[in-house]
Ligand binder design. Structure first.
Ligand SMILES: [Fe+2]
Length: 190
């Protein structure tokens, strides 16, 4: 279950209904998914996609997504710092950012045009859809580990476009459950 924090109000939401309601109010779709059949979080990508195929197809139909894949990020991922540095500054995309978390954790910050800036810590079982054009940024938690299904309307559209606002510098990427990835070290020098 995702946890939500609204830093400017020093408020944290833990209850499922509160989380869903707040995220909906800032345009973020959030669901909890379970697999159609039991599948290990370390199963092969094709097994993962098969286990969630019904949910994936529903989402494809609804959102016009044409492809789905499984991304694995861990401390052994080549060029991890370079990759993280692309996404931990405020940006938007020309298509939706849709992630279903299989295992690991991550921290989205959403900066709505109206409403309060919101941090969302996602974990296994969480589906999040960040609509195209939404200002946001993303960090891993301290263990630097996440496995997720990604859905794309057009993979070529999923490149970050930076706002350059530097508002992200005002918010520490603190994960709630564990240590967090130290910010503004080598990552931001890239
Ligand atoms: Fe993004």
């Amino acid at each position: 279950m995702a946890m939500v924090r609204i830093p400017d109000e020093n408020r944290t939401l833990h209850e499922a209904a509160d989380v869903a309601a707040h995220l909906a109010s800032i345009g973020i779709e959030y669901q909890r998914w379970g697999p159609a059949r039991i599948v290990g979080s370390d199963a092969a990508p094709e097994e993962i996609l098969a286990a969630y195929s019904t949910k994936i197809e529903e989402l494809k139909q609804r959102g016009g997504y044409v492809t789905a894949d499984v991304i694995d990020v861990n401390p052994q991922t080549p060029n991890l710092e370079t990759m993280l540095a692309k996404f931990n500054r405020e940006h938007w995309h020309d298509e939706d950012e849709v992630r279903f978390i299989i295992s690991g954790r991550g921290l989205f910050h959403i900066h709505p045009r109206t409403g309060h800036l919101t941090a969302i810590e996602v974990e296994g079982g969480d589906l999040i859809r960040v609509p195209r054009g939404t200002w946001h940024w993303f960090d891993l938690c301290g263990d630097r580990r996440i496995r997720a299904i990604r859905l794309f309307q057009d993979p070529s559209g999923w490149t970050p476009r930076y706002t350059g606002s530097e508002v992200d510098r005002n918010y520490q990427p603190v994960c709630f459950g564990a240590s967090y990835l130290p910010r503004r070290s080598a990552v931001t020098q890239l």
